[in-house]
Design a protein around this ligand. Structure first.
Ligand SMILES: [Zn+2]
Length: 206
């Protein structure tokens, strides 16, 4: 989680005071989540908050991220999810305020994300409804844009999630800029069988 914190900060996917990362605690109804106001510059293992899905903090005197409900929702609904990352990365957030999905424009989106990135219905930050709307919109994919808010990436591992967060931001940047230049061509849905197969084998969490 410390590595992931530094990585997403270094890439400009989060500013101080926004975004969060969590990991599932294997075989327990528990997770470890970044604290409120995570220190992305120098995160320490002891900063991370061990918390049950019921919201009981098991670490001594710590304040979990306010988006705890959002993370919990994915762990409860998707047993294959081992990591959740939430960012307010700029280009994904441009689509979020437009309430627009990111279409599948590059083949790697199929392999790592399961296709394009849908956009959820709006719900207030910090609520369980935000998780419900996000999961519903995500479908069988690994990423969803949160209306007027940011992005959620889920994955089987922390590495998958960090890579997914970087990939979505790059794709969103290409898409937003291409859109301003004129027509954007999505990948045709046929001939994607191999990509779908690889996604299902290695990266799918649904
Ligand atoms: Zn947020």
């Amino acid at each position: 989680m410390c590595w992931a914190s530094k990585e997403i900060y270094k890439c400009g996917l989060v500013n101080i005071g926004e975004g969060n990362i969590s990991l599932r605690v294997k075989n327990q109804e528990e997770m470890v989540i970044t604290p409120s106001m995570n220190n992305y510059l120098n995160p320490l293992p002891e900063d991370m908050v061990h918390i049950t899905f019921e919201g009981k903090v098991l670490s001594p005197i710590k304040n979990p991220s306010s988006e705890f409900f959002l993370h919990k929702y994915f762990y409860k609904q998707r047993p294959k999810v081992n990591c959740v990352i939430h960012t307010h990365s700029t280009y994904a957030s441009i689509l979020a305020v437009q309430r627009k999905a990111l279409p599948m424009i590059f083949e790697e989106m199929g392999v790592f994300l399961g296709g394009g990135v849908p956009c959820s219905e709006y719900a207030q930050a910090g609520t369980e409804q935000l998780g419900k709307n996000a999961l519903k919109a995500m479908g069988k994919q690994n990423a969803v844009i949160l209306a007027n808010h940011g992005l959620i990436i889920v994955g089987r591992s922390v590495k998958h999630c960090v890579f997914g967060a970087q990939l979505v931001e790059k794709m969103a940047k290409i898409y937003v800029n291409s859109f301003m230049m004129g027509e954007v061509y999505e990948l045709p849905s046929e001939n994607l069988t191999e990509l779908v197969k690889r996604f299902q084998q290695e990266f799918s969490t649904a």
